[in-house]
Design a protein around this ligand. Structure first.
Ligand SMILES: Nc1ncnc2c1ncn2[C@@H]1O[C@H](COP(=O)(O)OP(=O)(O)OP(=O)(O)O)[C@@H](O)[C@H]1O
Length: 302
């Protein structure tokens, strides 16, 4: 089921167009990463989706919402730099957020307890937020975004400002959360996206340059290669091995020679047999693929 459908979305500030016509949809109970470098337009998109800023043109339609009906009950939002009342306790803050979101006092209390448990800060619920670590604050912020049981939760760079411990805590929380809630989160770190997301929307200069599931992106872009390292370097290694199978290209990085081949299984068998026979001074033989990081760097450079 589609939760939200975006068509021809554009945003300009004065004459400067920062979002240049986006089409995508988000399906239920998926975790989607909005990936892009600083200034790519991630925050602008999340703010348009959450109704914080107006779209310049295009359309955002949430499933189950009639024209003119308030869609905000369907979404939860955590800004890039959330601000908390530091003197409140985590429990007080969530109950207050529940009240603002329109929950009854009783429901707000029940939901607060559920969320304190879910995000793993139950033992700190009566501590002032000012004493929380960065990771705890971020988890509290996520709980706040979930207080009214939204269908879609949008998180703007939820892990970027955290140390490795905080980052791990939040990524693990997203992993748990995605089983029951649709998540759209922005990040400039591919690893974070790869770790928890089912799909990626890859944004560059206000345009979607790639999108799809991790598997689709890997199949489309990642190339199989055989990396070889020999003791000493001789051109004959490259020449001879390239003549044996169909090689698309060869790259050399330090002592590593990478053969990008069309048929990896065939190349593996042929290379191994040949290398055993020739007895060249082989130090390393590895079958690998180009990383998604390499793929995205190439897309951006283009
Ligand atoms: N209120 C504004 N007025 C004018 N330009 C803006 C405004 N807000 C954002 N921009 C511009 O829009 C572009 C996209 O910004 P945005 O904050 O959406 O990027 P981002 O991908 O979230 O980057 P970051 O990771 O740095 O937050 C940038 O060029 C930015 O300077």
């Amino acid at each position: 089921m589609v939760v939200v459908k975006v068509k021809g979305l554009k945003k300009s500030y004065q004459k400067h167009e920062v979002i240049k016509g986006l089409d995508f949809e988000i399906r239920k109970e998926k975790c989607i990463a909005l990936l892009g470098a600083n200034g790519a337009g991630k925050t602008t998109i999340l703010q348009m989706l959450s109704g914080l800023i107006k779209v310049s043109s295009g359309n955002i339609s949430f499933t189950g919402i009639e024209e003119g009906e308030d869609f905000r009950k369907l979404i939860g939002y955590l800004p890039q730099h959330p601000v908390f009342y530091e003197w409140m306790t985590g429990r007080e803050f969530l109950e207050y957020a529940g009240k603002i979101a329109g929950l009854s006092k009783q429901d707000s209390k029940v939901r607060t307890e559920e969320l304190l448990e879910l995000v793993g800060i139950m033992e700190a619920k009566n501590r002032r937020i000012g004493k929380y670590s960065g990771g705890m604050k971020q988890r509290l912020g996520i709980a706040q975004a979930l207080i009214h049981r939204p269908q879609l939760v949008m998180l703007d760079e939820p892990v970027s400002a955290l140390d490795p411990f905080g980052r791990r805590e939040v990524l693990e929380l997203l992993e748990r959360l995605k089983k029951t809630t649709t998540i759209l989160f922005s990040t400039h770190i591919l690893n974070d996206a790869e770790e928890v997301c089912d799909e990626i929307l890859f944004l560059h200069n206000g345009r979607l340059v790639e999108s799809g599931t991790m598997e689709q992106l890997r199949d489309k872009h990642q190339q199989a290669k055989i990396d070889l390292v020999f003791k000493g370097k001789e051109d004959k290694y490259i020449e001879h091995l390239s003549s044996l199978v169909k090689v698309q290209s060869v790259t050399i990085e330090g002592s590593k020679i990478s053969f990008f081949v069309t048929d990896i299984e065939q190349a593996r068998t042929v290379f191994l047999k040949e290398l055993a026979e020739l007895n060249w001074p082989l130090v390393k033989f590895e079958i690998s693929r180009t990383s998604l990081e390499d793929v995205f760097m190439k897309v951006v450079e283009k």
